[in-house]
Design a protein around this ligand. Structure first.
Ligand code: 6PG
Length: 234
């Protein structure tokens, strides 16, 4: 049974401050221990204030590698691109930002294979995986759809794969590349950042339902060995 710890904040500013501080500590500890830090950061709106605070931290950024937890298969610079947002924030600090969707690919599965190959060159496991969650219970781009089982149960060595959510999320109706369950569950630190009562209720139900949850995040968390820190702000 996964050990879950909830951290709740009354103010969004407190939430962002605390998470930025935790991420900074994880990065510093990784650099002290292994000379470098490799972290996966969620896209979406929730983590933006966290990254605004984190980017101000005094860190040896050139030793930090950042990869999105998932990305939409769109060109760099597209408003839907997660890596574009992360690059804008962290590249000027000297961090390395690795896209999941760099190459032109024949199809979304090929895009996933290319991303997986690129991630094989990184120090692993991740020092941190910071996940968000949609109101439908998806996390990273592990969505209901034809690729859900593969994302959850693929080979341990697979770090990323291409997925086609079904139904397509209206805010980003495109195929995606996501970190695999194996990549997420093997991270040295796993944090989830969500806001609002609706998402809190979904995540509580998902955890209660566990491996048989109708929410993808419930199935992702069911097989995680390390403690999971959930940070929630009203
Ligand atoms: C993405 C994210 C995704 C995100 C959730 C929540 O590509 O959209 O990686 O998993 O974390 O959709 O997004 P919000 O924080 O914008 O609600």
């Amino acid at each position: 049974m996964t050990e879950i710890e909830w951290w709740e904040y009354d103010e969004p500013a407190e939430f962002a401050e605390a998470l930025a501080g935790d991420i900074q500590f994880i990065i510093e500890s990784a650099i002290d221990a292994r000379g470098a830090a490799v972290i996966a950061l969620a896209g979406g709106r929730t983590p933006a204030p966290i990254y605004d605070k984190l980017v101000k931290a005094k860190l040896d950024w050139k030793r930090v590698t950042i990869v999105p937890t998932d990305d939409r298969i769109v060109p760099m610079g597209d408003a839907l691109s997660n890596v574009t947002g992360l690059a804008k924030i962290f590249l000027p600090k000297g961090a390395r930002v690795i896209p999941l969707t760099a190459e032109k690919a024949a199809d979304y599965k090929a895009a996933g294979r290319a991303a997986d190959a690129r991630l094989q060159d990184l120090h692993w496991p991740l020092d941190l995986c910071l996940l968000g969650m949609g109101a439908d219970g998806h996390t990273a781009s592990i969505f209901p759809g034809p690729d859900l089982t593969e994302a959850l149960t693929g080979p341990k060595e697979r770090r990323a794969l291409g997925v086609m959510p079904d139904p397509l999320p209206p805010e980003a109706p495109v195929a995606r590349v996501t970190l695999s369950h194996a990549a997420i569950a093997s991270a040295r630190a796993l944090m989830i950042a969500i806001t609002g009562d609706e998402k809190k209720g979904v995540l509580e139900r998902a955890i209660d339902q566990g491996a048989s949850s109708s929410y993808p995040i419930g199935r992702v968390l069911a097989e995680v060995e390390l403690p999971v820190d959930i940070h929630w702000s009203a």
